[in-house]
Design a protein. Structure first.
Length: 749
């Protein structure tokens, strides 16, 4: 494909317009102004009802007034195309290639320009009441804005093929692309390549099919085979082989009448079988089942291929995923038995690093940047750890590609080197986790985790220490692989901080906090809501509440509150999570729990521990509480827990710290109304004594403050002395809490 002479002149004119105005970049507006003088551009615009002179005047006014000029002191300038202008030209070139044309002209550029719908160029065209539909309709079918049909000069019917050779019209020669250096190199996969060569060399059923998850590199293996053929690294019998990739879109496009599709496919098959060295490659081969079929018993593409596949005349390579292979391809036994299955597994992180380093020259050349070795290695590691809904190496390749694009277009970038920080920032956005969580080295955060938790959770130092140690063990890589970060059972009386510790842990680690109230899953049938309803039941298509939540946010603290209230069937689901860190929903989609901290809270055993009327805990009471847990939870469930963490009852001094925290929160709300709250430490101890209940822990503190302080304050704020702000003094007088209000000076110095 080449540029037409008229388009070359137009693009040069766009550059001249930018240089004349000393603009740093050639924009879409420069290009559109030049296209108004392009012969084909003029023809298309006039056919779409444009007022060329008015359009040119608007564009000139915009370029003269809105575009910044580089000062004369900088000397001569050589403007570059903006990213938007580059995208338009690339898209136009893609359209030309897909329609089998040989020249790119102004009409295609004009049609592609509408993709940049936020640009001033498209705005000016829309003011002329010109849409992309108008342009494409005229280019493809010669229909003007007024509905009259003409034959556009210089523009041919886009659906008409350039030649009579079906392999050129509907296929892509991968060996030719390999010879021209247009394919990316294949790194590794020697076993798969050898197996493919063995299958292709067979006399019958010489058709390999690559089966693997999306993104593991199935198509890349076929391209790698084409590269090996060109390089002569295959047996003698395959050195003259040519691989043709079938384009199903081109094959179906423009087929108006019954029989056209079948005729096209038959011609392709005949062209491939005419030369024993030809091999047909069908990407996503499951799409040929049903392709082209209509009502009335018409054959689909797969039935047209079967005779040639059966007698060995046609050698075919296919790719598909496990899901489509099982659901679609495997059901057609007559077709599937003629293919030899080659499984393509996801590469390891180390293999992915080697793949990335092999692809690096291509991406460095395309983006005009350099990649640091650490950035490439971290791209593989972080993609594996944080991007859980896709497979290696595809997700790691996407990371280095987008990181290169980011550095390339970053205007302030002095160094055109992709660093670890660029990769970390990108992973943070894709995986929806804070940047500090993605950092390759989070030792500092783990080191201070216990200190930060103890600042926020009062009186549970032992519980905090246990969970921190378990998380550090997991992060060090010494815990058993393939399990969640930790599976904890928080046991203790109500109101002692079990749920609050879970929330604060998520906050400090910078991950999502997801809570399920297990009292909603008391009935047997409600358990299915976690993984989705079985086939045939209402809600089957919706998926599971738990699995969907983890697929959306795979890095989280998952709290199953009051687990003892759920139906006993829930434990069977939890066993799978704690053992293998995966859970499969009703649609067969796997949710990955490897980055999840699983916390379950229970009040089981709290009644036994509370048997001591003085509130002092001793070993006998703790043992009694543990025995209650053992009675309720089965041995296989307890055996899979990382730890059972006991929460102790709160002492009076701890409750006073909770009181201080609640009063500080109240102070923050009062500051918004220009009211200050003042009290002495004796008040904290007084409220702690009044509000604390050994059975309910610290929960009554907030209720006591609401009843005895907040309600009185609300009356004064609405109708009393604090309507315009002021100060409130809390005092203990005769074993009662008194509130004194003053709109003036502070009452405690």
């Amino acid at each position: 494909m080449t540029l037409s002479e008229d388009l070359e002149r137009s693009l040069n004119q766009a550059r001249i317009e930018a240089v004349k105005r000393r603009n740093e970049y050639i924009t879409l507006e420069h290009m559109l102004l030049a296209l108004t003088y392009d012969p084909i551009g003029q023809e298309v615009l006039l056919a779409c009802g444009a007022d060329l002179e008015a359009l040119r005047n608007e564009l000139r006014e915009y370029l003269d007034t809105e575009m910044e000029s580089v000062p004369e002191t900088f000397g001569e300038i050589e403007p570059e195309y903006t990213i938007g202008a580059q995208r338009v030209l690339q898209l136009a070139a893609f359209h030309v290639q897909s329609t089998q044309k040989k020249k790119l002209d102004g009409g295609y550029v004009l049609a592609s320009l509408f993709r940049e719908d936020q640009s001033h160029a498209v705005f000016f065209l829309s003011r002329q009441d010109i849409s992309r539909f108008d342009v494409v309709r005229y280019i493809s079918h010669g229909i003007r804005k007024d509905g009259k049909k003409v034959t556009p000069e210089g523009l041919e019917d886009a659906t008409k093929p350039e030649s009579g050779d079906p392999l050129k019209d509907f296929c892509v020669d991968l060996t030719e692309k390999a010879r021209l250096g247009k394919l990316d190199p294949l790194v590794g996969r020697s076993e798969e390549i050898d197996r493919t060569i063995h299958i292709l060399a067979r006399r019958r059923k010489n058709n390999p099919i690559f089966v693997g998850d999306a993104g593991v590199g199935k198509t890349a293996i076929v391209e790698g085979l084409a590269l090996s053929i060109v390089a002569g690294k295959v047996p003698e019998s395959l050195k003259q082989t040519r691989i043709f990739s079938l384009d199903m879109g081109l094959l179906l496009a423009g087929t108006k009448f019954r029989g056209e599709f079948e005729e096209r496919l038959k011609n392709v098959v005949q062209s491939v079988t005419a030369d024993p060295n030809h091999v047909l490659f069908v990407d996503e081969i499951h799409t040929i089942i049903g392709a082209g079929a209509v009502s009335g018993g018409s054959l689909d593409a797969s039935n047209l291929l079967k005779p040639a596949l059966a007698n060995g005349e046609l050698r075919c390579i296919g790719t598909t995923t496990y899901k489509e292979y099982k659901a679609i391809f495997e059901k057609d036994h007559a077709l599937s038995r003629r293919f030899q299955k080659v499984e393509v597994n996801e590469p390891s992180v180390d293999e992915t690093i080697r793949i990335l380093k092999g692809l690096l020259p291509k991406y460095e050349e395309f983006h005009a940047v350099k990649y640091s070795s650490q950035a490439v290695e971290e791209a593989a590691r972080l993609a594996d750890r944080y991007i859980l809904d896709r497979k290696l190496p595809d997700k790691a390749i996407d990371l280095i590609d987008e990181a290169g694009a980011k550095v390339k277009i970053r205007s302030s970038a002095k160094s055109k080197t992709v660093t670890v920080k660029d990769v970390e920032d990108l992973v943070s956005k894709i995986a929806k986790v804070p940047t500090r969580t993605v950092k390759a080295d989070d030792r500092d955060k783990l080191k201070e985790l216990d200190v930060e938790l103890k600042k926020r959770i009062y009186g549970q130092d032992k519980a905090v220490q246990e969970i921190v140690q378990a998380i550090r063990l997991s992060r060090s890589g010494l815990s058993e692989p393939g399990r969640p970060v930790g599976s904890f059972l928080f046991a203790g009386p109500t109101g002692v901080g079990k749920t609050e510790l879970s929330k604060q842990l998520a906050s400090i680690l910078g991950v999502e906090f997801i809570r399920f109230d297990m009292s909603e899953y008391m009935e047997k049938h409600t358990v299915s809501r976690l993984i989705g309803s079985p086939p045939g039941y209402v809600g089957f298509e919706q998926g599971g509440q738990l699995t969907d939540a983890i697929v959306r946010t795979p890095h989280c603290v998952l709290l199953l509150d009051e687990i003892e209230k759920a139906h006993e069937d829930i434990y069977n689901i939890l066993l799978q999570i704690m053992d293998h860190a995966t859970l499969t929903d009703n649609n067969g989609r796997k949710a990955d729990f490897k980055q999840v901290i699983l916390i379950m809270t229970t009040n089981t055993g709290a009644r036994e521990r509370a048997a001591n009327p003085l509130g002092f805990e001793n070993t006998a009471l703790l043992d009694r509480g543990l025995k209650a847990i053992e009675r309720h939870f089965s041995p296989e469930f307890r055996n899979r827990l990382t730890a059972i963490i006991e929460f102790s009852s709160l002492e009076e001094d701890v409750v006073s710290r909770v009181v201080r925290k609640q009063l500080e929160l109240l102070e923050d709300r009062l500051k918004e109304k220009r009211i200050s709250l003042e009290y002495q430490d004796e008040v904290l101890l007084f409220i702690a004594r009044k509000a604390y209940d050994p059975l309910f822990g610290a929960r009554p503190v907030q209720r006591w403050i609401d009843s005895n302080i907040s309600k009185k304050l609300s009356e004064e704020i609405l109708f009393g002395e604090l309507r315009s702000g002021g100060r409130v003094l809390l005092r203990e007088v005769d074993n009662e809490l008194t509130l004194t209000f003053s709109p003036h000076e502070p009452m405690i110095k």
